[in-house]
Write a protein that binds this ligand. Sequence first.
Ligand SMILES: Nc1ncnc2c1ncn2[C@@H]1O[C@H](COP(=O)(O)OP(=O)(O)OP(=O)(O)O)[C@@H](O)[C@H]1O
Ligand SMILES: [Mg+2]
Length: 327
Amino acid sequence: MTFSVQDVSVSYPTSRGWVQAVRNVDLQIRPGELVGLAGESGSGKSTLVLAATRVLKAPAVSVTGRVEIMGQDVFAWSDKELRAQRWQTFSFVTQSAMNALNPVMRVRAQMHDAMRAHDPHYQKAKADKRCEEVLRIVEVPAAKLDSYPHQLSGGQRQRMVIALALLLQPQLVIMDEPTTALDVVAQREIIALIRRLQRELGFAVLLITHDLSLLLEVADAVTVMYGGRVMESGRSHELLRKASHPYSRALIHSFPPLHGAMQRQEGIPGTPPDMLNPPLGCPFAARCVMATKECGEQMPPLTRYGDRLVACHHVSEQDFQGAGVIV
Ligand SMILES: Nc1ncnc2c1ncn2[C@@H]1O[C@H](COP(=O)(O)OP(=O)(O)OP(=O)(O)O)[C@@H](O)[C@H]1O
Ligand SMILES: [Mg+2]
């Protein structure tokens, strides 16, 4: 596995108590795979990856469970090992990606800094060649290397951040909403670029976005989170055929499809749970059209059906029977 998250829980200590932002989450990414992580605002997506890559650590959060990147125990790395692995083995484009660029440094100098920090045989001419190469990869003219971040368009800045993430050829690239600051057309262009690069260069990607319809089109597999928990995960083509969890279905219907006629989108009625006092049962029960008494009282276990994992009292083996077609 390139990336493996095992039974990870993350809580934030606050003056009002512990915010249980992520609860018992599992997630796996095989080499060269593009895996999507979806869920509404507050479902715990950023918390999961920030804790898993040790951007967030104690005392700001409490983390339990295990995370492996390329088979190595991330929580066992010393700070020095972590710095050595970051950018080289894995890179992380955070949700505030624009902040990844230093506003008072030209892009070229920032890229050189990253290369100098990791390569004991750093040479200026070789590094310049690599800068031009990554700019070609993300389709930005090489002349822009000598720009300051504010001289670039939003889309170009975003591409520069992706170029920086690919600079040292990591095997895993984690991207948290890399496109939220862009308009819909630019957003989808960037996602298509990420998909193409990932196929051509062979690195694995964890891509976080609210837009489950988009993820199902581009990702190999998708995990849907809500209230800090995994609600459903599976291969994209199977989820596209039929999502099983009522929350995944509601989320799919709250975004426009990539193809076909435009139609009015319905948001999901209701609001997400308070993670200071998360509900005892399924976190989605209060908003779920299928909810029964049991749903409010008991968290359904995440259950495997072939390649699919679903945590819902109303999904059973029967739903997956019949010539491999989900009915
Ligand atoms: N520093 C913090 N202190 C306390 N609670 C926090 C902190 N950061 C996040 N939370 C809470 O943790 C939960 C998960 O937040 P998180 O940012 O991980 O969600 P998300 O899925 O990334 O949402 P979005 O789509 O808006 O980025 C939310 O309930 C949020 O209010
Ligand atoms: Mg987030």
